[in-house]
Ligand binder design. Structure first.
Ligand code: SF4
Length: 420
């Protein structure tokens, strides 16, 4: 497919008055492979595995493990209820389990996984960012947000990330390791516990339904499709009505920078989650620099896979597009994006532009408001439903691409003993 206008190199005028800023890392050095391209890390570095938890296992394997611990299989169901309904791993609250081996059973099935290092609140208490320490000292974050009619948790799926996107705080540190399914699920259980205890502000007196997380977005640390098997196990647990959290698959958004074979695999699963493609540029010239994985799977391949996801599941796909001043926010890019989406049919996709968090003095800063509006207008006019997304959480660096442990976080984490 041809581009409507060739992108320029360097910071200079395109001739129509809009400058073109090229992506570059600021204040850090991007790791490169032997060919000088940004390094992509798909395999998780070898580290000690987290303890196996009930949420890592299928319902049958939970029963088998309880039996291995010397108890009848039905105890697995009781543990599931404590964990997924009452959000507790505290043996002292499980008086329905036999007192003599209760501690051993609970420790064997529900070992501690996340130690809270700190939490930051903003938006009058209805946005909370958690910093968690894993069993091996790796740090991850999640962000809990109350909106009218829903409570969303942005979860991490990897400690760090191997996709090396130059604008992303998480990517700078590289991939520490894949998280286990239970480490992913535990973020939700802990958030539900906090909500049940009244710890999330902003509840309106008319809002009776919301007493737990209703929506999940995989937009925290990590590329979820690079940790496919564990993310899928976590989603199975989230959606299982009998043996898990019983959430709606439609409320779960899996977001990817475009790992095409994994998108195809996801489409073949029988779980109709919402699928989001973080595109950020409609032309390969810019996207190769902005999203290094584009060197493996190009814009058109990623869009074809997104369209195939719609065909297979009937679920409308989201295109995420961070609007970055003078880098990817040009009117011709809005037109090109609209063309590429319309070339693949109507009614299968919507676009969510999100202004990048403002960083004065950096090349990585938010588009001007009139530019944002023009970008959105052009897409809508071309028949692509487009809505500018909320940047909730930006005051606490909790918006997408912002989740990374700082030096202060590291120091706080070192002072926090890991739960055992
Ligand atoms: S933007 Fe997403 S995929 Fe890219 S480095 Fe950051 S966390 Fe990884």
């Amino acid at each position: 497919m041809t581009e409507t206008r060739p992108p320029n190199r360097g910071i200079r005028s395109t001739g129509a008055s809009t400058p073109q800023v090229r992506p570059a890392t600021e204040g850090w050095t991007q790791k490169k492979d032997a060919d000088g391209k940004p390094l992509l890390q798909f395999a998780s570095p070898k580290r000690g595995k987290p303890p196996v938890h009930l949420a890592d296992l299928s319902p049958e394997d939970r029963v088998a493990k309880v039996k291995d611990l010397g108890l009848p299989g039905f105890r697995a169901g009781q543990l599931e209820k404590h964990y997924f309904t009452h959000y507790t791993s505290d043996a002292s609250k499980m008086s329905d389990l036999p007192a003599d081996n209760r501690e051993e059973l609970v420790h064997g099935m529900l070992p501690p996984l996340l130690t809270e290092v700190k939490r930051l609140e903003t938006d009058r208490g209805d946005t909370i960012k958690f910093l968690w320490k894993l069993h091996d000292g790796a740090l991850v974050e999640s962000v809990l947000m109350r909106y009218p009619g829903r409570i969303t948790l942005c979860v991490s799926s990897q400690a760090g990330c191997g996709m090396n996107c130059p604008f992303c705080a998480t990517g700078q540190a590289g991939l520490t390791r894949n998280m286990s399914a239970a480490e992913i699920v535990e973020q939700i259980v802990r958030a539900n516990r906090l909500i049940a205890d009244g710890g999330l502000g902003g509840k309106k007196s008319t809002d009776h339904s919301l007493d737990r997380v209703s929506n999940i977005v995989f937009m925290g640390m990590g590329e979820p499709l690079a940790n496919y098997a564990r993310v899928m196990q976590a989603i199975r647990v989230m959606t299982d009505k009998k043996h898990g959290l019983g959430m709606s698959a439609r409320g779960i958004t899996v977001s990817t920078v475009g790992l095409v074979p994994a998108i195809n695999k996801l489409a073949a699963e029988e779980i109709p989650v919402t699928f989001a493609l973080s595109l950020h540029a409609p032309d390969d010239t810019l996207r190769d620099e902005l999203i290094p994985v584009n060197s493996k799977w190009k814009v058109d391949e990623a869009l074809d896979a997104a369209r195939a996801y719609f065909d297979k599941t009937g679920r409308r796909v989201s295109i995420e597009y961070a609007l970055i001043k003078d880098m990817n926010d040009h009117a011709w890019r809005a037109d090109l994006l609209a063309k590429k989406l319309n070339d693949r049919g109507r009614g299968w996709v919507h676009v969510n532009p999100i202004p990048l968090n403002p960083t004065p003095g950096s090349i990585w800063t938010a588009s001007e408001v009139p530019v944002q509006n023009e970008f959105v207008r052009r897409l809508n006019e071309a028949g692509i439903p487009t809505t500018l997304r909320d940047t909730r959480g930006k005051e606490i660096d909790g918006a997408c691409g912002q989740l990374v442990a700082t030096e202060d976080d590291q120091a706080d984490a070192e002072a926090t003993p890991v739960s055992v």
